[in-house]
Design a protein around this ligand. Sequence first.
Ligand SMILES: [Zn+2]
Length: 287
Amino acid sequence: MKGLLLGGCLLGGALSPARAQMVFHQPGLEQPPAANGDPGAADLLPGFDPLTGPRSRLQRDWVGTRRVSASTPILVMAGHADSQNIGGSGTAGEAVGRLGAAPMYPGISDELYWNMVIATNVVALGQQRGLDIRYYRPPFRTIVDGNEVGTNWSVGRDHAASGGYALEIHFDAYGSDGVGSGLIPPVHRRFSTIDESLAQEFGGYPMAFRNVLGGPKRGIGLLEIGKLEGQLEASLRDPRTRPQAVQAIAERIVRALELGLGRQSSPTASSPGLSGSRSNNRTAQVR
Ligand SMILES: [Zn+2]
């Protein structure tokens, strides 16, 4: 199954089958674009965040309404942490893959590097805010069988099965291979308010994206922060802007988790840039 994840984060495959046309009948939730593909409606989709770049334009065909306990344990993992140097090692990113820059860290994809940076910062921030949240790192960087004990898939599956929320951080491929920001939701149970909140903040992929990937099938949500290219990648790579960029992304994720858990989101001492992206995202809900 890991072979499905080639070079870029998630390559190949057709979009989800039409079996999931539905669920947008609850008032106050996102409305689908006009069924006839009205270009006027499509033009209203901002679909772009100043920090994280383009959102997925694939239509979200689900809504998360299942309430979860405010004390739900959250497990955060870095995507591709156990699949380096084999198929599915994550995107090299535009800087390395297209522009010839040196990798951020020898021997691992730039995607894994940033996945780890974001995941650990999310956990640190979430713990500060009092969430039951922890980071999981597999024992080896290359585990060929994704079902082996200790892989993200195995540990995430068990966590989700026991009622926790398992979230794997990803960056999407650069260029035309990438789709953009959004949550690829776990499909093991009815979609939850955490799924909904993350999708409101980052965008949402169709529930059967690429015939349901290995992680979501096991109950693990995949959060695509954005395509690893352009302004997003530049602001992460530049040591002068990196702390602010990482913090802004971690803040957005933790705030979404808090809202999904039904907690009051703590006021943040966030940067003007963050507020800007926040208001942009509110606009982006009309899709
Ligand atoms: Zn990935």
